[in-house]
Design a protein around this ligand. Structure first.
Ligand code: ATP
Length: 304
């Protein structure tokens, strides 16, 4: 859905992106992460056709953004890190304006109400945008960029200014937009939250891609859960006892096994009972939560 090849971007005295290439598959949620000044905002602005790269090519669903920026923009919703609102308009009129600006046809009032409801703004439709608090402004800005149901949604720091409940709401929103088939890229420094809904992580450092891979533990991406079994001592027959589970990996010392498990908790409990009943010295058994933070730090260190 998003193909980037050899992208370079320079500010007057600064190279912000160097030979950046990656492909993002449709229907995925990509966490765009990296240290301050890494180039995340610049990359998002290039994808959103707001900056013209000095070299390289971006294709959105096959459309070259350099050749056909207007066509490419029709696919996009983009939440800028520093967005502006029409402060004198009511929430309803802001959303109606954006629906019109995106050429939304059909029942605009229903689309306005739907976007407002998804962002918890349905009781504030008649309030002036200028009178909203920081977090409510952020929610309105998000509602504006999803009102036309873009196929690709790019968001730069969408959680900034949101209260804890609204952050949880944002995670739910992102999951539901993904379920509708949207391809989403989210830049943020809050890795714990990204972990909750991202299917992939794209790490940028000093204008270069450091890592781009699926996130093993992301609920949004995996239909099955990854389980982790720890033994207190190596035991013969571990693999045999686990049967034909998918993606089985056992550490060389034979103490830790990880595998995919698509069934429910009852089945998980039955498996544990079978393992223990079979005489395996099970010291721990549960879901394997790969920490995004650990992986991020590890990849950054390895690249420096
Ligand atoms: N308008 C500009 N003029 C000159 N240099 C700029 C400009 N905007 C960004 N830069 C520089 O380009 C590099 C990449 O900046 P960018 O804003 O893309 O990083 P970022 O990863 O989004 O950072 P942060 O996490 O702090 O938001 C930085 O070194 C920054 O100082």
């Amino acid at each position: 859905m998003i193909d980037v090849e050899g992208l370079c971007f320079d500010y007057p005295a600064k190279r912000a992106l160097s030979d950046v290439s990656f492909t993002i598959e449709p229907g995925t949620v990509t966490a765009l992460v990296g240290p301050n000044g890494a180039g995340k905002t610049t990359l998002l602005r290039c994808l959103a056709t707001l900056e013209l790269p000095y070299a390289g090519r971006i294709r959105l669903d096959g459309i070259d953004t350099g050749e056909e920026p207007l066509r490419a923009r029709r696919l996009l919703g983009f939440l800028d890190e520093f967005f502006g609102l029409y402060d004198d308009l009511s929430v309803r009129r802001c959303l109606t304006y954006w629906a019109g600006a995106h050429g939304l046809s059909g029942d605009t009032d229903a689309a306005v109400l739907d976007a407002a409801t998804r962002l918890g703004l349905s009781d504030r439709l008649e309030e002036r945008a200028g009178s909203l608090s920081r977090g409510l402004r952020q929610r309105l800005a998000i509602a504006q960029v999803i009102i036309h149901r873009p196929r690709i949604l790019l968001m730069d720091e969408p959680a900034s200014g949101l209260d804890p409940e609204a952050r949880a709401g944002l995670a739910d929103l992102i999951r539901s937009l993904q379920a509708e088939g949207m391809t989403i890229v989210v830049s943020s420094h809050i890795l714990v939250e990204l972990q909750d809904y991202s299917s992939h992580m794209l790490i940028v450092d000093k204008g270069r891609i450091v890592d781009h891979a699926p996130i093993g533990g992301a609920r949004a991406y995996r239909r099955s859960r990854r389980l982790r079994l720890v033994l207190s001592r190596p035991a013969d027959g571990l693999a045999r006892a686990l049967g034909d589970v998918a993606g089985l990996a056992v550490t060389p010392d034979g103490l830790v096994a990880q595998f995919d498990f698509a069934e429910d908790l009852e089945a998980q409990a039955a498996l544990l009972a079978r393992l223990v009943g079979g005489g395996l010295p099970v010291a721990a058994f549960g879901e394997d939560h790969e920490s995004l933070q650990d992986r991020y730090i590890e990849k950054l260190k390895a690249s420096r």
